[in-house]
Design a protein around this ligand. Structure first.
Ligand code: ASP
Ligand code: MG
Length: 461
């Protein structure tokens, strides 16, 4: 098998959503030469249905409704589909009985949720159904497809159920062993995205949108030269077009830029998607099924090619901690970070002066962060403010700091904190002015420079 030519192609839920797009997918797979591994996410709407089932853990009526809808969505599927539906039915029964064992008060408590491990087992059924159903449809379309369930072939994760990380070293041998023989026989493996096997042997899911991440992990593990993420009506733009109508598509991004973009809140990519590809130099192409001209390629940085893209993370929770003695006190930043980590609070970013430490965390962790940091606020001269609602606007692109001079005054004057590296420039602003700041930064950093270049070209000719 020549691994250089191997291509991993991931089809999102929407690409498998309608009969029409399914036909397109089968047609393109039949036409392709060279070894291909496909990765699928659940069909459109399926993960939301399963989530709804776990969010209503005691409701038999809700569970039956979900089962009915899933049965209809995978009608005509092979035996494995029936088996997965039965397994799901048993899991939902188990969930209801787990809920009945809780004391009545806890049962009524609205935030009572399904236990994470069982919940992951339930969510994972969406991808299992999709893989078996899709492989079967491919076989009917004369593509020699074989479904593989990622946890069963040894794709290992850590034990963070619901947002697990793939353990690449551990997964490499078993995954290669499962996939390579199929490729040798000219078959097309259809691997479930979004899931893997946790250290306890249970299925763990990788977080919403996680099958993009599954695809780049498989690219890494199998030594693919390219990973294609096929999405419907999605492109990577310079900003969210719902907020910035002037946003334009980006045809190329460096790994580093794409990684920042995903981590700073561009929802088109799961935040961990880029790293496995970068680590082994696998090219990532994001393309749309209906418009083949709309692609974004993610690869190594090319000289002089900095892009400008903007993201908005909102709302986030901001805490302002005044530490007496400030930076003179050795290890104070480490102490704060350790305390937050111990409380399982994820820090988005930190702004520091010598005595003031501003921490930005996810909105849902704001109060938890406050409680964890409270002890730092005792004592003379110490104080803790927040959580306040803030938005984080980030400009991304190699060399972005060269644009500092052209920054719009309105954003700078609203800023509650700024942090920067050579390829990112982030402003925390009050939540109410997040969108406005995004629009205004986009104008200054993306629209104006481009207008100037075009004008220059016209004059020059
Ligand atoms: N089906 C999962 C989700 O909806 C994973 C994915 O779509 O990538 O989040
Ligand atoms: Mg998806």
């Amino acid at each position: 098998m020549t691994t250089e030519a191997l291509c991993v192609v991931k089809y999102g839920g929407a690409a498998l959503g309608s009969e029409e797009s399914l036909r397109d997918v089968i047609r393109e797979l039949r036409a392709r030469k060279g070894p291909i591994v496909t990765v699928v996410s659940a069909r459109e709407g399926v993960t939301d249905l399963l989530k709804a089932a776990t969010a209503d853990p005691a409701s038999r009526a809700r569970h039956e409704e979900v089962l009915r809808k899933l049965t209809a969505l995978h009608a005509g599927g092979p035996r494995e589909v029936t088996l997965a539906l039965r397994a799901l039915e048993r899991q939902l029964t188990r969930l209801r009985s787990a809920m009945r064992q809780l004391p009545p008060r806890a049962r009524r408590y609205p935030s009572t949720r399904a236990p994470v491990v069982l919940s992951d087992a339930i969510l994972a059924q969406g991808e299992r159904l999709a893989a078996h159903w899709f492989a079967d449809r491919l076989r009917h379309g004369r593509v020699a497809a074989r479904a593989l369930e990622a946890d069963l072939i040894g794709l290992s994760t850590d034990d963070h159920h619901g947002e697990a990380i793939v353990l690449l070293d551990r997964s490499e041998l078993p995954v290669r062993r499962a996939v390579t023989p199929l490729l040798r026989r000219g078959q097309v493996p259809v691997v479930t995205g979004f899931l893997g096997r946790s250290p306890s042997g249970k299925v763990a899911t990788l977080g919403r949108g996680g099958s993009d991440y599954s695809a780049t992990c498989l690219g890494y593990l199998l030594g693919a030269s390219r990973v294609e993420l096929v999405k419907k009506d999605v492109s990577i733009l310079t900003a969210d077009p719902r907020i910035v109508p002037a946003a334009r598509p980006l045809s190329r991004l460096s790994y580093e830029e794409a990684e920042e973009l995903a981590q700073f809140g561009a929802k088109v990519l799961h935040p961990l998607t880029v790293e496995p590809a970068r680590a082994r130099g696998v090219e990532v192409v994001i393309r749309s099924l209906e418009d083949p001209t709309r692609t974004t390629t993610i690869g190594p940085a090319l000289p002089g090619e900095g892009i400008r893209a903007l993201t908005l993370l909102s709302p986030t929770a901001m805490l302002l901690l005044r530490v007496p003695g400030g930076r003179q006190r050795r290890g104070v930043i480490a102490e704060v970070s350790r305390t937050l980590a111990a409380a399982e609070v994820n820090v988005i970013t930190m702004f520091t002066s010598s005595a003031l430490l501003i921490v930005l965390v996810e909105m849902a962790s704001g109060r938890k962060a406050r409680r964890a940091l409270d002890p730092f606020a005792r004592g003379d001269g110490a104080s803790l403010e927040g959580p306040l609602e803030a938005a984080l606007v980030t400009a991304i692109g190699e060399g972005v700091l060269a644009d500092l001079g052209g920054l719009p005054g309105d954003v700078a004057s609203r800023a509650l904190g700024v942090s920067a590296t050579s390829r990112t420039l982030s402003f925390a602003v009050p939540m109410a002015s997040g969108r406005e700041s995004l629009v205004s930064l986009h104008r200054a950093l993306v629209e104006l420079p481009r207008a100037v270049t075009l004008e220059g070209t016209v004059r020059g000719t």
